[in-house]
Design a protein around this ligand. Structure first.
Ligand code: DX5
Ligand code: ZN
Length: 219
């Protein structure tokens, strides 16, 4: 089994020092950088857009995982890819044409993924499984970092791992990851783990990333 990839969410980093945050992520052996884009409409919070992704891309060689929590993502996906996104994920219910959105992301040259909120069943992913590179499960309702993981989501990891068996699709989980619940996610075969507070608010973020990867529960 391949080692799990860790994608720290810069939503939990210092917004006045993003260049430093991504440089640190390289030093701390993070695999991806998770960028949370919120529009104040799909979710009740506003974060940042293409200029931030473009600035991060200039400051790091790490893979940029851009999570769009916006209404009608099809309007902007090409511009996010142009800004440097390596993967663009979006919530299909927010799009008027989810398949067209996936095509747009891929034709622009990035990997594409869909995101399932905690109350959306895994069946919804079936029609997308042969079209996407990533299926991401939300462990919390999106909008804010530092929320508590919804335990029912744990079983969905196993359901999606079964659904994607033998396919070139990664299963990612975003929201509520801690050193305590991460080992169970690793055991269930999760491919990519997003972690905001668990990394950036840790006393030793480098150690926290090592713990998340190896299933150690204390720093
Ligand atoms: C939630 C965001 C998450 C969040 C994760 O709306 O999509 O990526 O930043 O933060 P933690 O790991 O602190 O729950
Ligand atoms: Zn996210």
């Amino acid at each position: 089994m391949a080692e799990i990839l860790i994608a720290p969410s810069i939503l939990s980093a210092d917004f006045a020092a993003m260049g430093e945050a991504v440089k640190n992520l390289e030093k701390w052996h993070a695999d991806w950088v998770h960028c949370d884009v919120m529009d104040g409409e799909f979710v009740p919070n506003i974060t940042f857009g293409m200029p931030m992704v473009e600035a991060l891309d200039r400051n790091t060689g790490l893979f940029l995982d851009v999570h769009l929590m916006i209404v009608k993502p099809e309007r902007y996906v090409e511009r996010f890819v142009k800004a440097g996104a390596d993967l663009v994920t979006f919530h299909p219910e927010a799009s008027e044409d989810a398949f067209g959105t996936i095509e747009k992301i891929k034709s622009a040259g990035a990997k594409a993924g869909i995101v399932l909120n905690p109350d959306i069943p895994c069946d919804v992913a079936e029609k997308f499984v042969d079209k996407v590179d990533v299926i991401m499960l939300m462990g919390v309702f999106p909008g804010f970092g530092g929320q508590k993981f919804i335990p029912e989501v744990m079983d969905k990891i196993s359901v999606l791992k079964e659904m994607t068996k033998g396919k070139d699709v990664l299963v990612e989980l975003d929201g509520g990851v801690t050193l305590e619940n991460a080992p169970e996610m690793v055991r269930r075969g999760l491919d990519v783990m997003v972690a905001g507070n668990a990394v950036f608010k840790a006393a030793d973020p480098c150690e926290a990333i090592a713990c998340l990867k190896t299933g150690r529960t204390s720093l």
